[in-house]
Design a protein around this ligand. Structure first.
Ligand SMILES: Nc1ncnc2c1ncn2[C@@H]1O[C@H](COP(=O)(O)OP(=O)(O)OP(=O)(O)O)[C@@H](O)[C@H]1O
Ligand SMILES: [Mg+2]
Length: 287
């Protein structure tokens, strides 16, 4: 699968930048910026005109619940902090950015996400659908994107590059943390650390299997509700970041699933890739 190989190379670079394992270089040219306001973190990614990652950073944050921004002030402060860090690292001003919202979000959430981006000092280019951002990274036109983030298990089915079906249900990485913390008898903050500790995943994953199986059965019911054949199934979102996640999931589903590396960075990278470019020069604007 050539699309996944390319996506994995780019995602590895985003991961290295976000975790400080690789350094960003000073820039003089055009950039595209994506801001992902998630349930558990805010991620800012900057790519160049060829979609190569230049900068990535995240802030853990509890500013979004059920896909809606619930803490505007904190979201604004953390987005502004990330933007300033990107500017000082890259040595250029960031003037334009895009954001994303979960599929089917209603009300004025779109406006709120836009206000946070504009409040942080960037012109809003567009607000995209989260799964569309993920599909851009994976370079897919057909198939289902399963996104398991902090709070939800969501599905978006694509046909000819368009979302034709989407649904989500409230089981995500937070439920995994609660189950693990309860089992180990530790506070949830500690449970979250233990869950993310790669060196402990062999012991922790078996405890989490029932939650993963529940997520897979949620997806099975979504696929039944859609009722038509789906070519490939892709798995993204931070909660899926376990080596055994995809195989456990696919056993319940009864079919293979494709999982890119660093699944927590797929959506934020895609938002940056979709965003329009900003031109540096006497007159800075989004083009
Ligand atoms: N290394 C890791 N191992 C296991 N789980 C992880 C890891 N990193 C992040 N997670 C989990 O991933 C979840 C967040 O995933 P992601 O960043 O995709 O969600 P989000 O965009 O913040 O939330 P949502 O999409 O639900 O709004 C959290 O529950 C977090 O605990
Ligand atoms: Mg997300």
């Amino acid at each position: 699968m050539e699309n996944i190989i390319t996506a994995n190379q780019t995602l590895a670079r985003v991961n290295a930048l976000a975790n400080g394992n690789e350094q960003s270089l000073k820039q003089t040219s055009i950039t595209k910026v994506g801001v992902d306001l998630g349930t558990s973190s805010i991620v800012l990614v900057v790519v160049d005109e060829d979609d190569q990652p230049l900068f990535a950073a995240f802030e853990n944050a509890n500013v979004v619940r059920d896909g809606l921004v619930v803490n505007y002030i904190e979201a604004l402060q953390k987005t502004t902090k990330l933007k300033k860090l990107a500017e000082s690292t890259l040595g250029i001003p960031l003037t334009c950015a895009s954001g994303a919202i979960p599929p089917g979000t209603i009300g004025n959430n779109k406006k709120v996400v836009g206000n946070i981006i504009e409040g942080s000092g960037m012109e809003l280019v567009s607000i995209v659908d989260e799964p569309t951002a993920a599909a851009t990274v994976l370079n897919i036109q057909e198939g289902a994107v399963i996104d398991i983030g902090g709070g939800t298990t969501g599905i978006s089915i694509f046909k000819d590059g368009e979302v034709v079906f989407s649904a989500d249900e409230a089981t995500g990485g937070t439920q995994m943390t609660l189950v693990l913390s309860g089992y180990l008898g530790v506070p949830t903050e500690e449970g979250e650390q233990i869950k993310r500790d790669k060196s402990k995943q062999e012991e922790t994953f078996p405890i989490l299997i029932p939650v993963v199986e529940k997520m897979a059965s949620i997806v099975t019911s979504f696929l039944t509700a859609y009722g038509k054949p789906v070519q490939h199934i892709y798995l993204v979102g931070g909660a899926t970041d376990f080596p055994q996640f995809a195989s456990t999931f696919s056993k319940i589903l009864g079919r293979p699933v494709i999982q890119p590396d660093f699944p927590q960075f797929v959506t934020p990278l895609g938002i940056a890739m979709i965003s329009k470019q900003e031109e540096l020069g006497a007159e800075r604007r989004c083009i």
